[in-house]
Design a protein around this ligand. Structure first.
Ligand code: MEV
Length: 316
């Protein structure tokens, strides 16, 4: 019998990088994500349609599939399973773009593996098993990407603490602009942390401020005070730029989004390439997408809140 799991990508509204050092981040699930189809099999294999990659065994996966193979192996061990699974991964999320693609693949793969073999994992187990992959990709992840892929919605996330869901009245449109420049989160996280060694007290001061801005943005979204959220976006982009996380293209995208009427715009995720987000005024998201398309090919509208991981049985 075939099963499938879907997990969303994520966007960090406020607090990327600072979250690795203990600040709150405000993060939301995207309406785009990753689907993994699974069925029990004698051995295990993974086919990634988007990347046209395949692993005919978990031990011998090509480099890009190694993190997923490791998470699936950990899941089978955890479940004490001697059966295998055949997994097929499809995605409408751009890879290596700061939108949580690797975590969405990990969460959906672990969930699909367990469900197809008749097991149910708790959210805690799912997070621990998906993190096996995430640690290989990121080195020192905060865990925010995995938490969003599992829980969905909008949340205040702090490393090592329980997730604080933020409940909105109605939905909020957010525009995502993808630069098309791939980057490595691990490299950016290491670059950002250099400032900590040089100026540890100022650095921790900034971590504390970032936490407060995440909380302010969360409260403002609940009150639908989009102007305040937009101001925090603009301020945070400049802070991340000062830390060397932006690029000329990302700055240009932010500029275009603001020219198109956005209340605020900033890079999202690790930076160095990847994506930006822009907060449009009510019902003006289309106009901001158009403005962004003057400089990049890929811009789309996502809605907050969006769902977290889900599984279902497929018709055969
Ligand atoms: C990556 O999506 C977000 C970073 O803050 C790293 C992390 O939280 O693990 C840059």
């Amino acid at each position: 019998m075939k099963w499938a799991a879907w997990a969303p990508g994520k966007t960090i509204l406020i607090g990327e990088h600072f979250v690795v050092h203990g600040a709150y981040a405000l993060a939301a699930a995207l309406t785009k994500g990753v689907t993994v189809q699974a069925e029990p099999f004698t051995t295990s294999k993974i086919i990634s349609e988007q990347g046209r990659l395949r692993a005919d065994s978990l031990e011998d996966a090509p480099d890009p599939l190694k993190p997923i193979a490791a998470a699936v192996q950990a899941t089978l061990r955890h479940l004490d399973e001697n059966r295998g699974v055949a997994l097929t991964i499809t995605s409408d999320l751009p890879r290596a773009s700061g939108l949580g693609s690797s975590s969405a693949v990990a969460v959906a793969s672990v969930a699909a593996t367990a469900t197809s073999l008749g097991h149910q994992l708790t959210k805690q187990e799912l997070a621990e098993l998906a993190s096996v992959s995430e640690k290989m990709v990121h080195g020192n992840p905060s865990g925010v990407d995995v938490a969003v892929a599992i829980h969905g919605g909008l949340m205040l996330f702090k490393k090592g603490s329980t997730v604080k869901p933020v409940h909105l009245h109605g939905t909020v449109d957010l525009v995502v602009g993808v630069s098309g420049v791939e980057r490595r989160t691990k490299v950016m996280v290491e670059e950002f942390a250099k400032m900590k060694n040089k100026y540890p007290n100022s650095f921790m001061g900034m971590v504390n401020s970032s936490s407060k801005f995440s909380q302010l943005a969360a409260e403002s979204l609940v009150k639908r005070d989009l102007e305040t959220v937009g101001s925090v976006f603009n301020y945070q982009h400049t802070v991340l730029k000062t830390f060397g996380m932006s690029t000329d293209l990302l700055d240009k995208m932010v500029e275009e989004a603001l020219r198109g009427g956005a209340l605020g715009a900033k890079l999202t995720g690790a930076g160095g390439g990847g994506s930006i987000i822009a907060l449009p005024p009510n019902s003006r998201a289309g106009q901001v997408v158009q403005a962004l398309r003057a400089v990049i090919a890929d811009a789309f509208i996502t809605k907050i809140p969006a769902e977290g991981v889900k599984t279902w049985r497929q018709r055969s």
